[in-house]
Write a new protein. Sequence first.
Length: 463
Amino acid sequence: MASAIPTAMERPHFIGIGGAGMSGIAKILAQRGAEVAGSDAKESATAEALRALGATVHIGHAAEHLADDATCVVVSSAIRADNPELARAAELSVPVVHRSDALASLMGGLRAIAVAGTHGKTTTTSMLAVALTELGLDPSYAIGGDLEGPGTNARHGEGDIFVAEADESDRSFQKYDPEVAIVLNVELDHHANYASMDEIYDSFETFVGKVVPGGTLVIAADQPGAVELTRRVRDLSSLKVVTYGESETADVRVHKVTPRGLTSEVTVLLNGKFLTFTVSVPGRHYAHNAVAALAAGVALGIPAHNLASALGKYTGVKRRLQLKGEANGVQVIDSYAHHPTEMTADLEAMRGASDSRLLVVFQPHLFSRTQELGKEMGQALALADLSVVLDIYPAREDPVPGVTSALIIDAAKAAGATVTAVHDKSTVPDVVAGMAAPGDLVLTMGAGDVTDLGPAILARLSN
């Protein structure tokens, strides 16, 4: 087992240390004994959680934040070339390490499970982390979201398994050498980095090709993109392929998914035997994520019935259909969904879990994604009774002329949706309070700062 600190990581400096992926790596290094430092644009609970582990976290980016004795600077693809700390690293000849390389170094010598593809990486990775921990296997893990409170997105464990969310958006998942790779689906997304589906398939083929000899690919049997990838990699002689899903040809067949309010009962056919277990989150999409996790654990040699029971301990992850609270008979739930497939899955899950009227507050994420998929986003919103659509959250992108939320709103109306455009985010609580009635569900949806609106909406409803 390898859990030592790589030499280059003894005194790392993270630019953007508060980010979901970066903070997880920083936490594991701190738990292994590294002298971790870094900076972030704003104060956060994640920054405080890292400080509690002994890390030095600066707020704001400045050249003087980088210590002269730093052994490396860790960056993600979101860090711009003109960052002052990056410039200072060049002056000091401090090596710059991409986040994916840092994570790959932490996995060295361990039995890695890498979870990739659209959609549900964070959920599937979290399910595995919870189940393996419940079974006493003490895994290490790095997840793109918090399981509970701030800083619960990663952990250094003493066991020999490392579960990692593997990001295909910038091809960084090609850096890993997993024993088990999970591919949930392959779709056209991340338009700033991929020009076509052929580029995406090529990228996934490279990822699958990195699975260690004798390792396993766990991949969906029902999704066209995943089926095509399976066809492309079937001839890799050193790879075992395990498919899962509702298809009659699936190796792990989803026989039945029975909604039980905000939970689901799942029955699978595995190795000729039926196995039934509970998934403590709603919807068929999340049930399939649990089955992918089950198949991956079995590929590592863990008994299926033990895993199935342990998977029932997973109760959700922050921002994945997370209940924020209830006020005046109205429940407010938060969803990270920002791609049409994710949006549809979460809206269908809520429809299946409740007969309540469904109000959605949607914030589009990225100009490039809206330009390519705005029509499909609008069509997904037709599953809601009422929708409020905010302006596009730019994240790392500059505006694109002619690309606005109007692309989504027009498509939603064409699909029969009732949509209200809101350009001032601060007015959303008042708008929602004017729409909502006791018994309704309000779903804040998107990958940007729309998540901050949940408490404000609850406060307004309380008044």
